[in-house]
Write a protein that binds this ligand. Structure first.
Ligand code: FES
Length: 105
């Protein structure tokens, strides 16, 4: 397991970038649950973001790729708008305990 952050460092409705062994990841907390994905857009296999911790659209309801506007459901990582519609972000398993958030993959 790899420690990612203490729970208060990923607040409700916010997202945060992580790096584990050189792999770029990000987490989004929605309705208390953290969803963790590899930071790689299925359209071009590049990072979704330009700015650190910036992975959501203006509404905060969808994950968004800055390059060509693909949008993904927070809960599942499914692309619902844009050039890779129907493809998925790579989901990673995580767990949260009293010490914080952990990558378990
Ligand atoms: S690289 Fe993400 S939408 Fe094109």
């Amino acid at each position: 397991m790899h420690f990612l952050c203490i729970s208060s460092d990923l607040a409700e409705g916010r997202c945060r970038a992580f790096s584990v062994a050189g792999v770029s990841l990000f987490g989004v907390r929605r309705q208390g649950k953290v969803h963790l994905y590899r930071n790689r857009c299925p359209h071009r296999d590049i990072a979704l973001n330009w700015h650190e911790d910036d992975f959501l659209d203006d509404s905060g309801q969808l994950i968004q790729c800055v390059h060509h506007g693909a949008q993904f459901l927070i809960d599942s990582g499914e692309c619902v708008t844009g050039p890779c519609t129907g493809e998925w972000l790579e989901s990673l398993d995580c767990l949260e305990d009293s010490r914080g958030l952990w990558l378990t993959d």
